[in-house]
Design a binder for this molecule. Structure first.
Ligand SMILES: N[C@@H](CCC(=O)N[C@@H](CS)C(=O)NCC(=O)O)C(=O)O
Length: 320
């Protein structure tokens, strides 16, 4: 398969974006970059996604893939080697990645963004930037329970020790090569190291983790061959036809109906937690792994939006 034009919408300090930048590097892929805002408003992102505002998203023409779990599936399809999901690790790699993207991520971020860390992140910015960031993330978090810094520190230290036990045994978490679990566990630790160096001494207790991080960082970011403006990405979408629902860059297409919602029904899809903004459209695929919606945007034209099943709530558009 010829490699499609991959456009990653991201920003430099975003940990989940670093997960994908490194996965692109691991697969030696060429990609285009759009730098997006860290906080709302994000009018161009929302034109492309129809509501979803989290970072990153991957655009291929008039198809947009939301969530890094799904983006990793797309990258595996586009460039099967080297593998993110080696057959012997298929179950455990996904389960570990899900833990890392949720439990490990939130413990690390509660540690990273404790007052001293937040002060370092925003040291060079005017005070209203830190305030606006705090308000944006508070609105995204809704009723989510957030760890207090001391509890986050304890959990983070334990998780680092557990990761160290794994990478003392072999170069990467599950063997001699990295898999999706490594990229998922790396990005919250990368944030500690790169964005809050003031707090990075927590990593010194586990030198094996630091060495593993070095090995992963050496993977690089692939070839980012073009920096686009977000308006250019909208022009790309406008000029493209979305891929047919059964023939896009995802692995499966058979319909699996767990909600009593037929294909062709107007629906909304939103993240289960953190970032309640929903995307509305017509359900065109609901497979065992993902949902696809079609919507028409005044600026982008007809778009297909793809979300993983896990972590997302599917509803008929008219139900609250
Ligand atoms: N489960 C999502 C989580 C993505 C996420 O929470 N990203 C953070 C940035 S690293 C975010 O969206 N923050 C708010 C924003 O960028 O608008 C994924 O894997 O993509």
């Amino acid at each position: 398969m010829a490699t499609p034009d991959l456009i990653l919408h991201h920003y430099p300090s975003s940990p989940f974006s670093e997960k994908i930048r490194l996965a692109l590097g691991y697969k030696r892929l060429t990609w285009k970059s759009v730098t997006i805002p860290r906080i709302m408003p994000k009018p161009d992102v929302v034109a492309l996604t129809g509501g979803y505002r989290r970072t990153p998203v991957l655009q291929v023409g008039a198809d947009v893939y939301c969530d890094t779990a799904l983006i990793c599936d797309v990258l595996e399809h586009v460039q099967p080697e080297p593998m993110l999901y080696p057959p012997a690790l298929r179950g455990v790699a996904r389960i570990f990645a899900q833990w890392a993207d949720s439990t490990l991520f939130w413990a690390a971020m509660a540690y990273n963004l404790q007052p001293r860390g937040a002060a370092q992140v925003f040291a060079k910015a005017p005070p209203d930037v830190a305030k606006a960031f705090g308000e944006d993330r508070k609105a995204m978090a809704g009723n989510m329970v957030r760890l207090r810094p001391a509890d986050a520190t304890s959990a983070y230290r334990s998780y680092l020790r557990r990761i160290a036990h794994m990478v003392e045994e072999h170069d990467f978490l599950f063997g001699a090569e990295p898999c999706v679990a490594d990229f998922a566990a790396y990005h919250p630790l990368w944030f500690t190291r790169m964005q809050v160096p003031l707090l990075a001494d927590i990593l010194n207790a586990t030198p094996a983790v630091l060495e593993w991080m070095e090995r992963l960082a050496a993977t690089g970011h692939g070839l980012m061959d073009k920096q686009l403006e977000s308006g250019d990405a909208i022009t790309v979408a406008q000029g493209a036809e979305p891929m047919p629902a059964g023939g896009n860059l995802l692995i499966d297409s058979a319909f699996q109906d767990d909600h009593g919602i037929a294909l062709g029904t107007p629906v909304t899809i939103a993240a289960e937690s953190f970032g309640p903004e929903a995307t509305q459209g017509v359900l065109i695929a609901a497979t065992r792994t993902h949902y696809s919606l079609q919507r028409e945007d005044p600026r982008c034209g007809v778009m297909h939006l793809h979300f993983p099943r896990i972590g997302y709530v599917l509803r008929k558009a008219d139900t609250a």
